[in-house]
Design a protein around this ligand. Structure first.
Ligand code: 5GP
Ligand code: MN
Length: 350
């Protein structure tokens, strides 16, 4: 038995909203990750199983290592298909917004979503959601939006409608948002849910391989380059930084998703509690932050980089140059020393 996390009135509201409409659209955040796509597709499969025909629209493309997910070929990418997507938004009756908490995370798609006459339901696990939805299903203590979708479907009373495709998508989101169950994953109910998903036929080892063992040689070389040439350790602050300029990305034939996960690697260095990765994009610097223990990666993201996220996994953006962004980060590091775990502050550091 798993506990009832989602409030009863929210379950009734979702049930009623779904029952009343035909045109349902599911949206998620820019640069969709495993949980964004996993939760969207899981909800899509569920709605299909109850005879609805929803559409998923995401602002930008998802990485290739998620392309195997059942239903991924049906997802509309807003930046590639704007006219079609705008028409869908204009005629939508209900929009599910999944796995993000601020309008800005919808990027180029935000206006179309806000102008749509559809009622909006937000399902998410990030702190401090903005109020852009009529129904707010926000549970930051839950490790992934995909897990929330599982809980929602069960509470609607439709566990029997979760088919294998739906279960695969839920599992993928749960796995990717916890780094393969290596962080943010101590809630025992996560494993009760996984047991249920495996009973439905999920092959978790196969999903792991499909998501994590599908790198291109270029991607692996890029990782090697980052670790050999670009990783900087700040022993006094138990921190690490990796940066990649546009030129370096070009050298390694960078494609969407190639830098995913690089930010996590320095955390495997003994003593490193905080790791930051900066990637030069065409118009901005995209920043990923990861921490372990109680160090608040989301606070640094919000303070310095206009971003946010979870305690141990956050992100943000900078509109300075790459070297200015690095300088800003390095100058700020001493201010976060007090957040490091007690007892970890040895003078020699990592
Ligand atoms: P990633 O480093 O994988 O891009 O993002 C990790 C987490 O940080 C995401 O799940 C999301 O919660 C948060 N995040 C990433 N980028 C941004 C951003 O630009 N703004 C905010 N508010 N959160 C972000
Ligand atoms: Mn998520």
């Amino acid at each position: 038995m798993i506990s009832k996390i989602i409030a009863e009135d929210l379950i009734s509201k979702v049930k009623k909203a779904i029952g009343n409409v035909e045109k349902i659209t599911i949206v998620s955040h820019v640069g969709p990750d495993g949980d964004a796509l996993g939760s969207s597709l899981a909800l899509w499969h569920y709605l299909m199983s109850i005879e609805k025909e929803p559409t998923i629209i995401v602002p930008t493309a998802f990485p290739n290592f998620l392309a195997w997910m059942p239903g991924a070929d049906q997802v509309i990418i807003y930046e590639n298909d704007k006219e079609k997507a705008d028409l869908i938004f204009a005629s939508s009756e209900l929009i599910f917004a999944l796995d993000f908490n601020t309008v800005s995370r919808m990027s180029n798609m935000a206006d179309a979503v806000l102008e749509s006459p559809a009622k909006r339901i937000l399902i998410d696990h990030h702190l401090h959601p903005e109020s852009f939805a009529k129904v707010l299903i926000s549970y930051p203590e839950i490790s992934s939006t995909s897990e929330l979708i599982f809980r929602l479907i069960c509470r609607i009373g439709d566990f029997s409608k979760i088919n294998l495709a739906c279960a695969d998508c839920i599992y993928t989101g749960m796995m990717t948002d916890t780094g393969g169950f290596t962080y943010n994953s101590n809630n025992q109910e996560v494993y009760i849910i996984i047991a249920e998903l495996i009973k439905l036929g999920v092959d978790k080892d196969d999903i792991y391989r499909k998501v994590y063992n599908t790198f291109s040689a270029d991607r692996l070389r890029l990782m090697g380059f980052c670790l050999y040439k670009k990783m900087k350790i700040y022993p006094a602050y138990h921190a690490a930084l990796i940066t990649l300029s546009g030129k370096e990305l070009y050298q390694f034939n960078y494609t969407n998703g190639d830098a995913e996960g690089i930010v996590n690697i320095p955390l495997s260095v003994l003593g490193v509690e905080f790791s930051v990765f900066m990637r030069e994009d065409t118009d901005k610097i995209k920043i990923s932050l990861r921490s372990q223990g109680t160090f608040p990666a989301n606070k640094v993201a919000a303070d310095l980089f206009n971003g946010g996220g979870h305690l141990n996994a956050a992100g943000g953006e900078s509109y300075l140059t790459l070297s200015e962004t690095i300088k800003k980060f390095e100058e700020a590091l001493p201010y976060y020393r007090d957040f490091l775990e007690e007892g970890s502050l040895t003078p020699e550091g990592a």
